[in-house]
Ligand binder design. Structure first.
Ligand code: GDP
Ligand code: IMO
Ligand code: MG
Length: 429
């Protein structure tokens, strides 16, 4: 299997964890390249269910080296906790490698994330409040603390002092929050450093050497195209480069090393948090999607907003990521409906948009009207046992082929249930 990026083609939670786990046995390395523990990736096999936030979903296979790349932001408390939980389930984390250049989420990042959301009030982004945005802010401002700093007490104390000289007045004077001392943070963070130390590496060099030796890398995206800091529905986005291009930035591997880019989409669409969502449903169909799809966040438990498949977004994701093929997940959830709808364009301000509009105002709920095509469904037919495309009801096959035609990308994986085995490979090479 050539080196491959798996990238969310919607607003997240498309089933990246399942697909990563499904195909990762063909790879030598599985690498997270951006985001942090705002991600919640579910992996289910038999009676084993994992909800991973930071550690790559390939961790279940002994033959794989899981890597946390330089583009990831790491909360050491969450990381060490996740490692301990996996070990307790008999899944070894010994092979885990963590970039020395990854930035560290500090306690004040988490406080500032929550405080800023509170300040925004009804205009909040609806972040996961895990400190992601404030940590990337410090990275861009060149005042961040990296994994390598954490491992040298002298440097860690120095950088912390500089950071707190600015963070404490902001916490106290702007948000009315408690402040931190260097000793207080050192007491909490330095023990984490000892757990992380054996896993730290120059991951860019490690991965480039691996490629030179003909090894294969799977890059596991977190969040998704529409949450990308540049290409998403800004400002209702996360603070990293989720798109396929981010795989290079977040690992130190060049674009020519990547051969295949698989976009993951649900057979409908969901979003958690605030921001525009043209096909959002507020009716009983939306509720049916939520209940049948179990649409509650893995990280925050929040109810996900639901809507019909948006082919405009899918085409946009195909372009932004140079998708070579797609994985369509949760097709089984649509067995609840007499008919299924697909958004093929938007109408807004008297204009038709076939391409994702750059101007956010076009997408405002009171401006935008999705143009739907309605297709016959396969209500009541349980497709979770189907293992070939031909076994699917004719209308389900037609639905997939219709999406392919509208998006212009081959759908090589169809997921019909959460388990690793509940999957159809279609023209998979
Ligand atoms: P991720 O963040 O993209 O990894 O996705 P999440 O794990 O947050 O959410 C996807 C949810 O859908 C998880 O609960 C998965 O177990 C589940 N899931 C994945 N594929 C399928 C599928 O084909 N059918 C059903 N019913 N559930 C699925
Ligand atoms: P996975 O990898 C869905 C959303 C938040 C919020 C916005 C910014 O499981 O698909 P942040 O905490 O990142 O600053 O929040 O992004 N968000 C996600 N939505 N799935 C995720 O990850 C998400 N990670 C962040 O809800 O709207
Ligand atoms: Mg998720």
């Amino acid at each position: 299997m050539p080196s491959t990026v798996l990238v969310g083609a919607q607003w997240g939670d498309e089933g990246k964890g399942k697909i990563t786990d499904l195909i990762s046995r063909d790879f030598d390395y599985v690498v997270r390249y951006q985001g942090g523990n705002n991600a919640g990736h579910t992996v289910i096999h038999g009676d084993k269910k994992l909800a991973l936030h930071l550690i790559p979903s390939g961790v279940m296979y002994e033959s794989i080296t899981p890597v946390i790349g330089n583009g990831v932001v790491v909360d050491p408390h969450v990381l060490t906790d996740e490692m301990a939980k996996l070990e307790a389930q008999g899944i070894s984390c010994e092979r885990l490698v963590i970039s020395c250049d990854a930035h560290v989420i500090m306690p004040y990042h988490i406080d500032l994330d929550g405080a800023e959301e509170k300040r925004l009030g009804k205009n909040e982004i609806g972040t996961t409040r895990r400190g992601i945005g404030p940590c990337y802010q410090d990275k861009a401002a060149r005042t961040g603390i990296r994994i390598q700093d954490l491992l040298d007490e002298h440097i860690f104390r120095q950088k912390l002092e500089t950071a707190l000289a600015f963070k404490n007045p902001v916490l106290e004077k702007i948000y009315g929050l408690p402040i931190y001392t260097v000793d207080q943070i050192c007491e909490e963070y330095l023990p984490y450093a000892e757990i992380i130390r054996p896993h730290m590496a120059e991951t860019a060099q490690l991965l480039n050497n691996a490629l030179a030796q003909g090894r294969n890398i799977l890059f596991e995206g977190a969040q998704a195209t529409l949450l990308d800091i540049d290409h998403g529905t800004y400002p209702f986005v996360t603070s990293s480069s989720c798109c396929a291009g981010g795989a290079c930035i977040g690992t130190g591997v060049g674009p020519k090393a990547i051969d295949r880019i698989i976009g993951i989409s649900k057979a409908y669409i969901t979003r958690v948090g605030s921001g525009p969502f043209p096909t959002e449903l507020h009716d009983k169909d939306g509720e049916t999607l939520c209940q049948a799809g179990g649409e509650f966040g893995v990280t925050t438990g929040r109810r996900r907003r639901t809507g019909w498949f948006d082919a405009v977004i899918a085409r946009y994701a195909a372009d932004c990521n140079s998708l070579t093929d797609m994985a369509l997940t949760k097709l089984d959830v649509l067995s609840e409906f007499d008919t299924v709808k697909v958004c093929v364009a938007y109408e807004s301000g008297g204009r038709r948009y076939d391409y994702f509009p750059m101007q956010q105002t076009v997408l405002y709920p009171d401006h935008v009207r999705p143009v739907f095509e309605e297709l016959p469904g396969w209500k009541g037919q349980d497709i979770t046992g189907c293992r070939s495309f031909e076994e699917l009801p004719q209308n389900a096959q037609n639905y997939v082929e219709y999406l392919e035609e509208k998006v212009g990308v081959h759908m090589s994986i169809i997921a019909v249930g959460p388990d690793r085995d509940q999957t159809i490979f279609r023209g998979w090479k």
